[in-house]
Design a binder for this molecule. Sequence first.
Ligand SMILES: CC(C)(COP(=O)(O)OP(=O)(O)OC[C@H]1O[C@@H](n2cnc3c(N)ncnc32)[C@H](O)[C@@H]1OP(=O)(O)O)[C@@H](O)C(=O)NCCC(=O)NCCS
Length: 161
Amino acid sequence: MKATLIKNPSSELLSKLAQHEQSVFGQAGLDEWSLGYLIRHGRVYLLEDDYEVMGLAELIRDFDKPDTAFLIGLSIKSEKQNQGLGSYFLEELIREISNSYVSKVILTVDSKNHPAVSFYKKNGFIQFDQIKDYYGQGKDRLLFKRHLPPACRQAGSAIGY
Ligand SMILES: CC(C)(COP(=O)(O)OP(=O)(O)OC[C@H]1O[C@@H](n2cnc3c(N)ncnc32)[C@H](O)[C@@H]1OP(=O)(O)O)[C@@H](O)C(=O)NCCC(=O)NCCS
């Protein structure tokens, strides 16, 4: 199992990533277009096993608060969920972005997505807000945050395997 920052993806990889997004999130999954600019101007991490996509995570840095990263999405292949991979992947990417002067990670979750709410709480995130119609009418979201301790911000250099 290997977690890597994606750079210069082939069209084949981009297509595989978009397929992964659709299979986990359905219509709300990111397409090749969005993944293309997020890879080049944000951060997209891939969790893979023997060239198979096991998980994907996308982040952007907040323009108004540059020490804050927004985790757009984190997903694990459906058949591999609830086996510890998401927790491993999350820690690896947090360790990696903490080297980019990021001291806080924020994200949104659908309050009805109980596995994800439970997952983030279990992994040190706390809810700090709730925004109605965040992604359009009826698509309310809970906002979670996790502060990265200074030790974490200094630790490590390359993403672990
Ligand atoms: C949310 C997600 C990333 C978590 O990754 P994971 O590999 O499944 O999670 P882990 O095995 O590392 O962690 C397990 C914990 O997550 C939560 N969890 C994961 N799957 C769950 C399920 N099917 N039912 C209930 N809780 C679940 C629980 O808190 C669980 O801890 P517990 O076993 O002590 O109850 C993954 O389930 C996923 O991709 N879900 C679909 C996409 C999604 O909703 N992403 C989050 C919003 S962006």
